[in-house]
Design a protein around this ligand. Structure first.
Ligand SMILES: [Zn+2]
Length: 352
């Protein structure tokens, strides 16, 4: 209901010319909208996780809106330099992708290239070295494929006998239990993949086909190298997609991530994105010590020069947003209307 009211208001505002007015205002010119995407579906991933995946046709519509609205799509590096120098052109936007999955290579990049838009990929690298589906994600995806079922095969996986696949929460509980089992048994990445394969067999899902399509795989080193040569900007997202609270471990994540990236893309990654949007004051000096000059969160908003460059907001574009919502954020109307609810992402206090 709230969504419908909001959309009705947006319709009225757009009809009254407020979108256009704000888009071309000095207020908007002083702001950079950093767009955040995760995945563009290879198959039906947007039905499984609409908050993370988008159908290719919807992504294409977004790019069309950027072109039709004559937005200045800047590389992240240029956008941030110009933001802090007070030299942004009107209607500035930067595009970022988190994680660097294979679907970026297959679905997103060809479309971005078509439109001539620069893009930054925050690449996590552990699963890039291991060309296998990301374990927790593929388990969740497999269970979703049989949603609605209640099975009695848990024991063969070291779980409670009953596997309830009827709700997202009950499926997520099974994923968590599977992760605990794999952790307890110190399974290697290959052994975890065998476990996922057995799970697929039990669920009647064709795992080899998912592997061939590279569902939930990250880009390989060769693919990153190819796109880097073509101008894609690869930046930091930690090696193992994690935020250790210990300084040595945290900095190792940055060092390992950077070393992997430097072996396959242009050296000198200095931009960072907090995995899963988890950020905290304690990380800021550690990031600075590693030479990181900007860091983006999953908090929603337009970036201004008053904002700490290590705590930059973005607009998380998902399948749950329609074109009108998206346009409202491009123009700045969305920012003005946003009810600042407490961030859903954890702000980690030093004592945590
Ligand atoms: Zn991520």
């Amino acid at each position: 209901m709230r969504k419908q009211i909001r959309r009705a208001i947006l319709h009225v505002l757009r009809g009254a010319g407020v979108f256009r007015m704000l888009r071309d205002s000095e207020w908007r010119r002083q702001r950079l909208l950093i767009l955040c995407y995760h995945g563009i579906s290879l198959e039906d991933e947007h039905d499984w996780r609409p908050g993370l995946y988008m159908a290719p046709t919807v992504f294409e519509q977004r790019l069309e809106l950027l072109r039709n609205g004559e937005y200045n799509v800047l590389s992240l590096d240029e956008g941030l330099k110009r933001l802090y120098a007070g030299q942004l052109p009107p209607r500035s936007v930067s595009i970022t992708f988190d994680d660097g999955q294979y679907d970026f290579y297959k679905q997103a990049y060809p479309r971005l290239k078509n439109y001539g838009f620069p893009v930054t990929v925050y690449q996590t690298t552990y699963y890039s070295d291991h060309q296998l589906p990301v374990f927790n994600l593929i388990c969740s995806y497999l269970l979703w494929k049989r949603k609605g079922a209640v099975l009695n095969s848990g024991a063969e996986f070291g779980l409670e006998p009953q596997l309830d696949l009827r709700t997202e929460a009950s499926r997520q509980a099974i994923v968590t239990a599977l992760m605990e089992v794999s952790h307890k048994q110190s399974l290697s990445v290959d052994q975890k993949n065998q476990l996922a394969c057995r799970l697929a067999e039990m669920l009647g899902v064709d795992y080899p086909v998912l592997m061939r399509k590279r569902i939930l795989h990250l880009m390989s080193a060769g693919e990153i190298r190819e796109l880097s040569r073509d101008g894609v900007d690869f930046q930091l997202h930690t090696h193992r997609h994690t935020m250790p609270r210990d300084q040595v471990l945290f900095r190792r994540e940055i060092k390992d991530n950077r070393a992997c990236l430097e072996s396959v893309s242009r050296p000198g990654a200095v931009h960072f994105c907090y995995p899963s949007g988890v950020y905290g004051e304690q990380f800021l000096p550690w990031l600075k010590a590693e030479g990181v000059i900007s860091a983006t969160t999953c908090d929603v908003g337009l970036a201004t020069s008053r904002k700490d460059s290590l705590l930059l907001p973005r607009f998380i574009d998902t399948s749950g947003r329609n074109g009108l919502d998206f346009e409202s954020w491009l123009t700045g109307v969305g920012e003005l209307l946003a009810i600042r609810r407490k961030s859903r992402h954890k702000f980690v206090s030093p004592g945590d």
